[in-house]
Write a protein that binds this ligand. Structure first.
Ligand SMILES: [Zn+2]
Length: 93
């Protein structure tokens, strides 16, 4: 009866923050052990962990690539815009 329910991908309500912390590797000690054990036996939380890990790696990837997100065309357009500012009104040679 739970099949095909998107809510099935969510970890148990009381485990959400623990599963999230496990995914970003900030969980230590007994909570980490407890959460690892729970995830191993709980398909909801296993899905949740995978979801959080995918989210984290996507966030990290976008941080790393943040400086090169502009395409060459966009850089060219930005440079043209800057040139326009430099030679803007009042500085006509
Ligand atoms: Zn669970």
């Amino acid at each position: 009866m739970f099949a095909h329910n998107p809510n099935d991908l969510k970890p148990c309500r009381h485990m959400t923050s623990l599963v999230s912390a496990l995914a970003d590797d900030s969980l230590t000690g007994i909570p980490r052990w407890f959460t690892t054990q729970h995830v191993a036996g709980c398909p909801h939380c296993r899905n949740g962990l995978e979801y959080f890990q995918a989210l984290n790696s996507r966030l990290k990837a976008s941080e790393i690539e943040g400086e090169t997100l502009l395409t060459p065309e966009q850089w060219a357009a930005a440079e043209r815009a800057w040139e326009k500012v430099d030679t803007g009104p009042g500085t006509a040679a």
